[in-house]
Write a protein that binds this ligand. Structure first.
Ligand SMILES: *Cc1c(COP(=O)(O)O)cnc(C)c1O
Ligand code: SF4
Length: 344
C-alpha cells in the first residue's frame, strides 16, 4: 500500500541525536525524538522553555496512570485516520511526522511511528466517508503535522476535499510555522490559497518561539489570505505564568495570529510532568481578560476524556440575586447589572 510521499523532510535537516544521555536515549526508544535545526538553535540552556518542550525526560516513562488515548479517538474513527466526534466536522490525521516531537503531545501514541501513517487507500476511504455524510462542513487536517507532506501530496489531499460540495471550510493544524518556518515557501502559499476558505491554526506556546523567522512565516501565510489562529497548551514550568502568557498572546497579534484555544493538558500517558491545575489556567485567563486586547484572549478549554468534546471554562465572575446580576470586573470591582426576567 502506498503512503503519502515525503519529499519534504529530506530537504530539511534535523538533529535527532542531539546529545542525548542514556536515560534520554531510553525515552527516545519509546517515544520518538526529533528536533529541527531551526528549533534546536533556539535552545539557550537545558532549563529553558524550548529545551523542555523538545528534549526527552525520564519522567515520560514514569507515568503509567493515564491512558494513551484518553479522548477515545480510535473509537471515534470509522475510517483509519479519520476522527468523527462532532456531527458537522471531522479530523483527518494525514501525517504522523513533525519537525519536532513535542514531549507533551496529545497524540504521543501515534506521532513518528511507522504503523500509524495514513495510506492513499485510507485517504480514498476518508473522502468517500465525508462525501457520504452531507452534515460534514468543516474538515480539519491534523496529525502529526500536515505541512510535513510534500506540496504534491497536499495538493492531492486538498483537491480531494474541495471536490466535495458540502464541505465549506478546510482547516490545517500545524506547528510548522513555529518549528520549521523555512517550510513556509512562496510555492506552498500559492498552493494553499487555491483552497479558500482555508484556516490555519498554529501552535506557539512561549514568546521565545516568536522570532523574525516564525513571524515572517506567519506573514507569508496571512498575505495569502489565510486566517491564522493559535492553539497553545498550558505547560508546567514552560508557560504557566501570567506574565509569559500576556506576552505570548499579545505578541501573537503582532505577527497576525489570533489566539484561539488555550488547552488544559490532556490526560495522556507520558505527559503528567507538564500538567498544571485548572486553577492555574483560570488565573491566567483572569489576568488576560480586560488587561490585554480582547483579541488576545483565547478560550480556555478542557477536552473531556472519553471523546465528550471540548468545554470552555471561565473564571467565576457572576452571582445572581433574582433579576439583579453581580458582575466582577477585570479590576476586581463588583458591579450590579439589572437583567430582565427570563420568559419561562
Ligand atoms: C477539537 C476538535 C475539533 C474541532 O473543534 P472546534 O471547537 O470546532 O475547533 C473537531 N474534532 C475533534 C475530534 C476535535 O478534537
Ligand atoms: S507538532 Fe503537534 S502533533 Fe507534532 S508532536 Fe508537537 S504537538 Fe504533537
Amino acid at each position: 500500500m502506498q503512503h503519502f510521499k515525503y519529499d519534504v523532510l529530506s530537504t530539511y535537516s534535523t538533529k535527532t541525536n542531539l546529545l542525548l544521555d542514556n536515560s534520554q536515549r531510553l525515552v527516545s526508544s519509546r517515544y520518538p525524538v526529533r528536533v529541527s535545526n531551526y528549533y534546536a538553535n533556539l535552545i539557550k540552556s537545558n532549563k529553558d522553555p524550548i529545551w523542555k518542550q523538545c528534549m526527552p525526560d525520564s519522567q515520560e516513562l514514569d507515568d503509567f496512570d493515564q491512558l494513551a488515548d484518553p479522548l477515545n479517538e480510535s473509537f471515534l474513527s470509522p475510517v483509519n485516520g479519520l476522527i468523527h466526534r462532532y456531527p458537522n466536522r471531522v479530523v483527518l490525521l494525514v501525517s504522523n511526522q513533525c519537525p519536532v516531537y513535542c514531549r507533551f503531545c496529545m497524540r504521543k501514541r501515534l506521532v513518528g511511528t511507522t504503523e500509524s501513517q495514513m495510506t492513499e487507500e485510507d485517504f480514498r476511504k476518508a473522502i468517500s466517508y465525508i462525501a457520504a455524510n452531507p452534515t460534514i462542513r468543516d474538515v480539519i487536517l491534523s496529525g502529526g503535522d500536515p505541512l510535513m507532506l510534500s506540496d504534491e501530496a497536499l495538493d492531492r489531499i486538498l483537491s480531494g476535499i474541495r471536490s466535495i460540495e458540502h464541505v465549506s471550510i478546510i482547516r490545517i493544524g500545524s506547528r510548522v510555522p513555529v518549528t520549521l518556518p523555512e517550510r513556509i515557501t512562496p510555492e506552498l502559499c500559492n498552493l494553499l490559497k487555491q483552497f479558500h476558505p482555508l484556516y490555519i491554526n498554529t501552535h506557539f506556546n512561549h514568546p521565545a518561539e516568536i522570532t523574525s523567522a516564525s513571524g515572517a512565516a506567519c506573514s507569508m501565510l496571512a498575505d495569502a489570505g489565510i486566517q491564522l489562529g493559535n492553539q497553545s497548551v498550558l505547560l508546567k514550568n514552560v508557560n504557566d505564568d501570567v506574565d509569559i502568557m500576556r506576552q505570548l498572546m499579545s505578541n501573537l497579534l503582532d505577527i497576525r495570529v489570533k489566539p484561539y484555544y488555550l488547552h488544559q493538558m490532556d490526560l495522556v500517558r507520558g505527559t503528567s510532568h507538564f500538567r498544571t491545575s485548572v486553577e492555574t489556567g483560570l488565573e491566567i485567563i483572569k489576568a488576560l481578560r480586560g488587561h490585554v486586547s480582547g483579541l488576545a484572549v483565547p478560550h480556555y478549554v478542557i477536552d473531556l476524556p472519553g471523546g465528550k468534546g471540548k468545554v470552555a471554562i471561565l473564571p467565576d465572575v457572576m452571582e445572581r440575586d433574582g433579576d439583579m446580576l453581580l458582575l466582577k470586573t477585570y479590576t476586581g470591582e463588583t458591579v450590579k447589572y439589572q437583567d430582565i426576567t427570563a420568559v419561562q
